[in-house]
Design a protein. Structure first.
Length: 433
């Protein structure tokens, strides 16, 4: 049997296993090792399992993932999401549609420390949704803005998805984190403009909240200034070259723990909860990473990436035509799996195509993460929408999708802007110390 047929059967087997609800990492590892053993032999395949697993869990560079996850877990159990929403509400809640703008700003702030889209969407479903409904905001808008705000978690540093992309493609993690800053801020600004446009077109659709005094605003800011300083310190140290990404993660996790203790937000019970939460999530990510690396070795010996590169570059549609096909594939996959699984499954295959076409790998990482996140909120199936539906029981999928559609349109415009002007993503990485 030829290597092409073995690769084809392997892909079919992989998707069958995923449809049977086998975890992505386990499915990729099983298919990769089996395919490798068919071509090379069972002895080398079993040796590869041990070497890959040990190297992955002991690699210093990979330590960035559990460290930033621990930072996010400490912040999450400290109740910072509520405090961020209160602070944003104090400054913006009096505007028509202001609670929606406050939700976007608070989602961005929380995502910049948490690093997870799904966690951001789930958290603000319990924090922001009840407040918006209390002030008379429509269900569709309330859930739609939370679903869109949640996607900021994958773009703003420290992003776990960008870190995994960097590891898989052997790019600088710090530069990828910096590349996500301006596109992430652009996303927040465009979401705010979308809300302003909705208010302009339908003035009575969204209500205005109560105005706050400057004293109340100052009190609200006292709740969030310390974590914001921590974030600026960690990312500033990374940008200035004072920390490696792994050291930045360690500083961030330690700082989040110390702040939680000093502000009396962390006790023995929720510290244990944060440690368990970070450990479980990191273990899941490492399982998927090991599976992806094993599958990647199998793809290498079958030369699948090289053959795909030859096929796509030979289509005659130009490099931006190939990029459009890749992005369309990610939009479809966004209906079927989460962001991490999509990146880990496809990047080893797609990345050689991208480099052969001459695209900047740092810029491409930002573009792909944005496309993947768009897949998490667009109809007919969006992972963030499912998360919100699981938290907000009395809302239908149709209602959430109706509310999220203006933000989907905004994301498509943002993608076009970033493709047309790559400097938006590359300006900060080019100036790193």
């Amino acid at each position: 049997m030829s290597n092409d047929w073995i690769a084809f059967i392997a892909f079919v087997a992989l998707f069958v296993l995923m449809l049977l609800r086998v975890p992505v990492g386990m499915a990729m590892g099983l298919v990769g090792v089996t395919g490798y053993s068919v071509i090379v032999g069972p002895g080398p395949a079993l040796k590869l399992v041990g070497q890959t697993s040990l190297r992955t869990v002991t690699d210093y560079t990979f330590g960035v993932i559990p460290m930033f996850m621990l930072m996010g877990a400490f912040v999450s159990v400290s109740g910072l999401s509520k405090e961020m929403f209160k602070a944003a509400d104090a400054f913006l809640g009096h505007l028509r549609g202001g609670l929606g703008i406050a939700t976007v700003v608070a989602c961005g702030g929380f995502a910049a420390i948490c690093g997870s889209s799904v966690a951001t969407a789930a958290t603000f479903s319990t924090v922001a949704y009840p407040e918006m409904r209390r002030f008379g905001y429509p269900q569709s808008f309330s859930t739609g803005v939370i679903a869109a705000g949640g996607t900021l978690g994958a773009m703003l540093p420290p992003s776990t998805v960008l870190a995994v992309y960097a590891i898989l493609t052997q790019q600088d993690i710090g530069k990828l984190f910096m590349a996500g800053v301006l596109p992430g801020l652009l996303a927040m600004a465009m979401y705010v403009l979308t809300i302003a446009l909705i208010v302009r077109i339908r003035p009575r659709f969204l209500p205005a909240g109560t105005s706050r005094t400057w004293r109340e605003r100052a009190e609200a800011m006292k709740l969030v200034w310390a974590p914001l300083v921590l974030f600026v310190f960690v990312i500033g140290g990374l940008y200035g070259g004072f920390f490696t990404p792994t050291e930045a993660g360690g500083v961030g996790a330690s700082g989040a723990f110390i702040l939680g203790v000093l502000r009396k937000k962390l006790n023995r019970a929720n510290t244990r909860e944060a440690l368990l939460q970070a450990t479980r999530t990191a273990a899941a990510v490492f399982t998927v990473l090991i599976g992806a690396l094993l599958f990647g070795y199998f793809l290498t010996i079958t030369q699948t990436p090289q053959k795909l590169t030859e096929f796509l570059t030979g289509l005659g549609v130009g490099r931006y035509g190939v990029l459009a096909l890749i992005m369309l594939m990610y939009l479809v996959l966004g209906c079927l799996m989460d962001a991490m699984a999509m990146i880990i499954l496809t990047v080893p295959i797609i990345f050689p195509v991208v480099t052969a076409l001459g695209f900047d790998p740092i810029w491409f990482g930002v573009i792909i993460v944005m496309t993947v996140e768009l897949g998490l909120i667009h109809p007919p199936v969006g992972m963030n929408v499912f998360v919100i539906k699981s938290v907000v029981k009395d809302v239908s999928f149709t209602t959430v999708f109706k509310g999220v559609l203006p933000f989907v349109a905004t994301d498509i415009v943002r993608l076009v802007i970033l493709i047309a002007f790559p400097i938006i993503a590359l300006w900060l990485p080019q100036r790193m110390g």
